[in-house]
Design a protein around this ligand. Structure first.
Ligand code: AQP
Length: 332
């Protein structure tokens, strides 16, 4: 079977709609067709300062949300990145294979470090994409379900896999990004020129999945559209309306063209009211399911422990082969 691998940060509070539509939905779908490995990437989280107690709580929170979204531990391997030490170990190897200039070209680092200020950005933030390369290659993943913002990092992964294979012999599977065209980039509801994001979004433009559903409905109803009145998918000229149509289409499993037809002659308010209802119907059970997992930390921890064990078996094999190819003396 093909293999899927992806990771998500233990964000404080809640995943947002962009995370869900761009990535988590695909995690759930690929469980059926792939050997799927999904992890809460706490090593990545510490590239920016974290409060220890909060990080621990947020890691459980993230796992609970992934289960609530539909990950099934019987059909996929769900684990916490720091539980599998091979990530940091292969990360070092990949650091030594990456050119400084090559790493400097990663646009996400440029954006994030510019925001934080050069003196505050850590070396960890700089090498973050290289750890991500290790995350993927350890599992010999064929597909990496992510949002559009991660495309460049998957390209780097492919380059490094090919470089290693070329230099040391066939070792790593060269993975492909798995990005759904329609939902690869979900936009801020208040500023549809920027992606919905936990750090860059306006508070009103960011739909947190665990927000009170009333707040969510309000945010949808006050989404920015345009001065025209036609409900039509046209990302260039009507980015706000197009974003709402994509969200509605995905959550209701209705082609955008059908939505355009059914809203012919109707005002933006009609689309927003309907979408607000769809969102509330989606987040209400999601919140309840997340809470159920959080109320039972023993079960949650045992899911993560089993996941880490399964993940380690695969990761350890890849790392051992990598160390051997590099020429490290085996420990006796
Ligand atoms: N707006 C988005 N549309 C589609 N996909 C998105 N993703 C994030 N935002 C969108 C995808 O969600 C997955 C998990 O992302 P992450 O753990 O790396 O979180 P992130 O990228 O840090 O999320 P944010 O909100 O975008 O964080 P900041 O503000 O730090 O940049 C990834 O697959 C990502 O592509």
């Amino acid at each position: 079977r093909p293999r899927a691998l992806s990771g998500i940060q233990p964000t404080a509070g809640s995943f947002h709609l962009g995370n869900y539509l761009g990535a988590i939905r695909q995690y759930v779908a690929l469980q059926e067709s792939h050997d799927a490995f999904y992890m809460v990437v706490d090593l990545h989280a510490i590239t920016v300062p974290q409060d220890p107690a909060e990080l621990r709580a947020n890691t459980r929170f993230a796992a609970a949300q992934l289960l609530a979204a539909g990950l099934d531990p019987e059909r996929c391997t769900l684990f916490v990145q720091s539980h599998v030490p091979e990530h940091a170990q292969l990360g070092w190897v990949m650091n030594c294979l990456t050119g400084f200039g090559e790493a400097s070209r990663m646009t996400q680092f440029k954006d994030k470090s510019a925001k934080q200020g050069a003196d505050r950005a850590t070396v960890g933030l700089f090498t973050y994409p290289i750890l991500q390369v290790a995350d993927i290659l350890l599992y010999q993943a064929t597909h990496v379900p992510v949002g559009e913002d991660q495309r460049q990092h998957i390209e780097l992964t492919r380059d490094l896999a090919e470089r290693f294979n070329g230099r040391f012999g066939e070792t790593f599977t060269v993975p492909a990004p798995y990005i759904v065209k329609e939902t690869g980039k979900i936009y801020d509801l208040q500023d549809p020129a920027i992606k919905m994001s936990k750090s860059a979004s306006t508070p009103k433009g960011l739909i947190n999945l665990l927000d009170d559903p009333k707040v969510t409905a309000k945010k949808v109803k006050s989404a920015v559209t345009d001065t025209d009145t036609v409900i039509r998918f046209d990302p260039e000229n009507k980015p706000g309306v197009s974003n709402l149509l994509v969200i509605m289409s995905t959550l209701t499993d209705t082609p955008v063209a059908d939505l355009e037809k059914s809203y012919e002659g109707k005002m933006y308010g009609a689309l927003k009211t309907d979408l607000a209802e769809v969102m509330v119907d989606f987040v209400t059970p999601f919140r309840a399911r997340t809470q159920e997992y959080l109320d039972d930390p023993e079960t949650l921890d045992s899911v993560l422990a089993k996941g880490a064990e399964k993940a380690r078996a695969v990761a350890a094999e890849t790392l051992a082969q990598t160390y051997d190819r590099i020429g490290f003396l085996p420990a006796k």
